[in-house]
Design a protein around this ligand. Structure first.
Ligand code: NAP
Length: 295
């Protein structure tokens, strides 16, 4: 595909961390003629305009989406069920609807059936983010060197898939096409379980008696601090992820609980070799991530 504009008009539904980062990246790379947003937060719309992230931010969903060649849904996944029917009548024939939601089967379940004939639905998930939210938190480089997983349902128009893939490549991402069910399983272990563990550890610390809590903050650099960064992630977004990827998360949690019990036994019975073997294997995993430049 040649360089230049990929879409004459892109409309973002939700202009928080991910939406505003992609809008900035599209602008920086000259991939869109015009950028619009509809966000139900008037504050977010005003901020996005003030920051120059988009060209227009009407208070009306239909107006924002009108004539858009690409509509990027960038809201928490729990919002998709209500959004779909409101969005559908405003989509122009030939438009592409894509998204960035962290769970794919639920988004496909909620948005897929309401997308009109002649409009192409290409779900996606950039594996990039921070613990911050809102349009101020976004930055154009967020997706550089990161993977974006595209999960087209069977029979999705291949040209539309390629166009969305090309957009992600041109903002610096590597693209992988994946089955939505497989995506949700992979993300349950790589993202959702780690967040659940971080939320749990930090939650446990907040339940300690006052004197211990103060020591936790003071000496947090010994490990706790790294969990607090993850546990500072957006509460609404993460509530929706756990409610919408229930089966896969519960399966990984079951496995994790079994492994934790095994470690508990090893500590109780003084089985140093068991502990050392595991810690040696996990250290190798870290090296693999560093070598893959995903650290
Ligand atoms: P965010 O910063 O909180 O932005 C979401 C924006 O959408 C907010 O301004 C929110 O307004 C607005 N919104 C919520 N419901 C809406 C609706 N029904 N109609 C219009 N606007 C609505 O969230 P984000 O981090 O960009 O996440 C957006 C999506 O990206 C989520 O689906 C998430 O799973 C996915 N994702 C996130 C990350 C990450 O690290 N953050 C990474 C990859 C993918 P209010 O806040 O006022 O409700």
């Amino acid at each position: 595909m040649s360089d230049g504009v990929l879409f004459d008009k892109v409309a973002f539904i939700g202009i928080g961390l991910i939406g505003s980062s992609l809008a900035r990246a599209l602008r920086q790379e000259g991939l869109a003629g015009r950028l619009a947003t509809y966000d139900h937060s008037a504050e977010a719309r005003a901020k996005a305009l003030e920051l120059g992230v988009v060209d227009e931010a009407p208070a009306d969903l239909g107006e924002a989406v009108r004539d858009a060649d690409l509509v990027m849904v960038c809201v928490p996944i729990g919002a998709c069920a209500d959004l779909g029917p409101a969005l559908a009548p405003h989509l122009k024939p030939g438009a592409i609807v894509s998204d960035v939601g962290s769970v794919k089967q639920a988004v496909i379940r909620d948005l897929g059936p309401v997308i009109p004939d002649g409009v192409f639905f290409v779900p996606g998930h950039p594996i990039a983010g921070t613990e911050h939210s809102g349009p101020e938190a976004g930055f154009a480089e967020l997706f550089q060197g990161r993977w974006c997983i595209i999960t087209p349902p069977t029979g999705t128009n291949e040209e539309a898939v390629e166009k969305v893939a090309e957009m992600w490549r041109r903002v610096g991402s590597m693209v992988e096409i994946m089955d939505p069910h497989h995506h949700d399983k992979v993300l349950a272990i790589t993202s959702h379980l780690p967040h659940l563990i971080a939320y749990t550890i930090v939650g446990t610390a907040t339940g300690l008696e006052e004197s211990l809590q103060q020591e936790v903050i003071k000496f947090s650099a010994s490990g706790f601090r790294d969990f607090t960064r993850i546990a500072a992630s957006d509460p609404v977004m993460w509530r929706d992820i756990f409610l919408n990827n229930r089966e896969a998360v519960l399966e990984m949690l079951q496995r994790f609980s079994e492994d934790l019990t095994a470690l508990q036994r090893a500590i109780r019975w003084g089985e140093g070799d068991t502990l050392q073997d595991l810690f040696t294997r996990t250290r190798a995993v870290r090296r693999g991530i560093v070598d893959a430049r995903q650290a």
